[in-house]
Structure formats: structure tokens, C-alpha cells
Design a protein around this ligand. Structure first.
Ligand SMILES: [Fe+2]
Ligand SMILES: [Fe+2]
Length: 292
């Protein structure tokens, strides 16, 4: 059966499906559509007739709902972390990150559709995008269980900056989004889970534990395909990573790092320690010291 056809019905291409998600504004609608499109991709793969990747023009910025109001990080209200208001603000902030992640993963599929990649690349990115949809919905469920909702609080403006900065650089996108930003999530999520554990919020703990487990995979996809492209272009992966992060990521990486989970995701210490706030030369010693 020809690619792009299933049971005689003309199917949209994967790139067109990605743009449909990007141009859907409402969070729940965006994630419902994303999950349907992910299911269609995997059904086409299982049938041995993968949808065409095709070409499509993703918007410069994804469509987003009228709320939340977007503020610069310095204008965000401060709340006591242990209070219910603080915990709701935290869940809201993570929901916002997850919605951004939904768009980031569909965007990488559409924006770089002209670069020939093995089908496994699309399998990984559609799976990651599908999981981000699930993560956003889990956090919305938590907010709603507390009588709140996504949009009830302000959220960080500027989340799309990493996408804009790397809009024409596929390897830069992989270096900054999964290998820096999503890897940062692995560093900070355990402390977040502790906050909800102290409050006995079992719903939030379960949601964050699912996110924590699945985000290891997203960082691993980033590392895998970054290394693949380095191989294709005969580049040294560590040097290329350092160059691209310095070019596109604003600021230093913040220790402490979750070395265990980063290793599981295929990110060795000599990738990230040289980009850390305190600089490179001692990284081997520091990481050994922390294990003593
Ligand atoms: Fe996520
Ligand atoms: Fe992710």
C-alpha cells in the first residue's frame, strides 16, 4: 500500500498534522488533536503504510489560548512554596511548560520536514509529543481537582524563544530543547515531587512521577538523534553540542545536575559540566566529590 493511504482514504501528511496541532489555540483541544494524530501515525506504522512526512509551513509562533496572561519572569507573583497557593502555582507553571513542549515537539517535525530522516526519528518525536499532551492533561486534571484550571494564573512569556532562536538550525534545536531544557526538567522534578509528597497530594505526585519517568525518554531521543546527525556530518558530538548551546542558549547551565538520569538518557557529564555556571575544568573532580 502506498505511503499516505490507509484503506483507500487519503490521509494528511505528518507535517500537515503537526501544523494543525500548532494552529489549535485551546490547550485541551490542542492535546486531544495531538493524541489523535499520534494514534494515526502509529496506526499507519503498524499497518506497514507510514503516512508521508510531507512538507508544511509551521507558524512562527503556535496558537495559544487567550489565558493565561503571559508575564516576564521577573513580574511573576511570588508565592510561598509550601502553601496550597504555592503548589497550585507550581502545577500551573509545569502545565504551561508541558503545553509549550507539545508545540515544540510538533514544531520540530514540521519545521525540519525537509531534512531526510529515518522513520524512527518521527516515531520518537510523535511519541514524545503524545506524552507531552498527556502531561498537560494530567496537570490540568490536578489543577481542576483543586478547583483551579490552566489559565487561572499568569504564566511565563518567552517560552517560545528557544524555538525561534533555533528555527533554522536542526542540530541547534536538538541541542537546546531536549538536551538542555528537557534535561533541566530531570534535575528539578524530584524536589518538586517532594513538595507534593510533604502535602500528601497523591494526584500531583502520580502526575509528576509519570512526567519524570517519560521525560528521560525525551532527553534520550534528543541525544540519539543529535549523535545521528553528528555522524552524518562527521562532527565531534561533544564539541558540536558545546558550540550550539553557547550559540543558542542564553546563560549557563545550572547545577546540581541529576547525573543518574542524565546518564540514563545518554548525556555524559563532559557534555554539560563545561557549560555550567562555575565552568569546566573541575567538572570531573566535582562530580566525583559529590559521590563521596
Ligand atoms: Fe513533559
Ligand atoms: Fe518532554
Amino acid at each position: 500500500m502506498a505511503g499516505g493511504q490507509l484503506a483507500g482514504v487519503d490521509m494528511a501528511t505528518l507535517a500537515e498534522m503537526a501544523v494543525e496541532v500548532l494552529t489549535t489555540a485551546d490547550g485541551r483541544e490542542k492535546t486531544a488533536l495531538g493524541r489523535r494524530h499520534a494514534a494515526a501515525w502509529f496506526a499507519s506504522r503498524a499497518a506497514g503504510a507510514p503516512l508521508d512526512i510531507g512538507r508544511a509551513s509551521p507558524p512562527d509562533r503556535p496558537a495559544r489560548p487567550a489565558r493565561p496572561e503571559l508575564l516576564s519572569p521577573r513580574d511573576m507573583p511570588r508565592r510561598r512554596p509550601g502553601s496550597l497557593a504555592g503548589r497550585l502555582a507550581l502545577l500551573h507553571a509545569v502545565a504551561h511548560i508541558e503545553l509549550n513542549a507539545v508545540d515544540l515537539h510538533w514544531d520540530i517535525i514540521a519545521r525540519f520536514a525537509h531534512v531526510p530522516m529515518p522513520l524512527g526519528f518521527y516515531d520518537d518525536w510523535v511519541k514524545a509529543a503524545d506524552e507531552e499532551c498527556k502531561h498537560f492533561n494530567l496537570l490540568c486534571d490536578c489543577l481542576e481537582a483543586h478547583g483551579s484550571q490552566y489559565g487561572a494564573l499568569p504564566a511565563h512569556a518567552g517560552m517560545w524563544r528557544a524555538a525561534e532562536d533555533t528555527a533554522t538550525d536542526f542540530m541547534g534545536r536538538l541541542a537546546v530543547v531536549p538536551m538542555v531544557l528537557e534535561a533541566r526538567g530531570l534535575d528539578v522534578t524530584p524536589q518538586m515531587i517532594d513538595i507534593f509528597r510533604a502535602a500528601g497530594d497523591t494526584g500531583a505526585i502520580a502526575a509528576l512521577e509519570t512526567i519524570y519517568a517519560e521525560e528521560v525518554g525525551h532527553v534520550a531521543y534528543g541525544s540519539k538523534w543529535f549523535h545521528f546527525l553528528c555522524g552524518r556530518h562527521e562532527m565531534d558530538p561533544k564539541d558540536a553540542f558545546h558550540d550550539l548551546v553557547r550559540r543558542y542558549f542564553h546563560g549557563a547551565l545550572k547545577p546540581p545536575f541529576n547525573e543518574e538520569k542524565r546518564a540514563e538518557a545518554g548525556l555524559p557529564p563532559d557534555f554539560y559540566w563545561p557549560l555550567a555556571e562555575e565552568g569546566a575544568p573541575e567538572f570531573g573532580k566535582n562530580s566525583r566529590k559529590s559521590a563521596d
